[in-house]
Design a protein around this ligand. Sequence first.
Ligand code: EPU
Length: 418
Amino acid sequence: MDRLQIQGGVALEGEVRISGAKNASLPILAATLLASEPVTVGNVPHLQDVTTMIELLGQMGVTIMVDERMRVEVDATSLNRTVAPYELVKTMRASILVLGPLLSRFGQADVSLPGGCAIGPRPVNIHVAGLQAMGADISIENGYIRARASRLKGVRLVLDTVTVTGTENLMMAAVLADGETMLENAAREPEVVDLANFLNAMGAKVRGAGTDKIIIEGVTKLHSAEYNVLPDRIETGTYLIAGAITGGHVRISNTRPEHLDAVLAKLEQAGATLKIGSDWVELDMRGRRPKSVDVRTAPYPAFPTDMQAQFAALNTVADGVGTIIETIFENRFMHMLEMRRMGAEIRLEGNTAIIKGVSKLQAAPIMATDLRASASLVLAGLVAEGCTVIDRIYHIDRGYESIEEKFASLGAQITRLP
Ligand code: EPU
């Protein structure tokens, strides 16, 4: 298993180009199942989760071609199997995103029910209930969601909880349904909007994405399209924090600053000087120690749970006491325990972490537990005194493209140990 070795203490300096968003690429690749003609998706990041989604589509008989620039051409007309097997779903929960498209286009889907996960139980009851309301016949058999339907019917759905992949699954199911579907209390994340834009590029009729009410008028067929995935806002935020935590000066290019309002506001509170352009952000923290910030996670446009761990890392070395409240996932504090082993002063009370900044973290052998936790441990390693070795970094390869090359280009002393 690969490990990352980081020699801390370098103030990062330079420019990083942001990759396509993982959490937009996955639903968009799933949505290619809906098209009756080949489609091409560009700006897809080279990540383990993307590879898993491509493998999943391939196992269904879908024809896929990927070029060296990660432009992915998908032809779902060759599909001959409507199953998402346990072996793939257990490695990536987002495999559940094929449920809506398979059912809506082919009238059947057998998708392994995802189990619990390192960050919480993460049920999919809202995905299932929504499809049932649209007329699907769904049962759980031998650990699989067995879904059958003739043509799904448009309905009005009020989602119990704001769910990102739940909104996406139901939106994809609704594009080929008979009549109009209204999704209320829908997720407003930019990745939901990107998926809606892709669906519309294929001839779907989706409006209201980005608000909490999405209206989908069903059509009978989707056609070919070419589409580029939006840049990754969480990768952007992670490199900005890397600049801030090391007292550095970084420019993040090929991004969409407007998707990071809550994160940029927190970085300014932490004392960073920001310059913001149409597709870039520059952060300057030279000569300063960050100030502690309070963070409370909530659905977009509020502060993202996927940036919580990185801000926890920032608080461990900041001036003052900062509180992190996690409201989305039940068990997303594993990184805090590893940071404590590096000398961080963290008190945990339920979903709240109270972090008192220390002047220095110390290097230690540490272990990654989930994707964003791993990113936060890399950040901690960048400022720790000594040489930090992070184990189980396959988690990080699921969501950060070329992480060691990108950090090294900013001057970080980071190497992958095979
Ligand atoms: N929930 C339910 N029932 C459902 C669906 C969700 O109770 O049927 C609950 C969840 O348990 C959770 C809350 O609703 O407490 C919100 O979860 P959501 O469904 O929005 O999460 P998700 O769609 O499974 C996506 C991202 C996550 C990100 C969350 C929250 C993808 C592929 N994944 O997950 O990304 O943390 O939204 O923004 O889009 C990551 O990239 O590291 C990651 C975990």
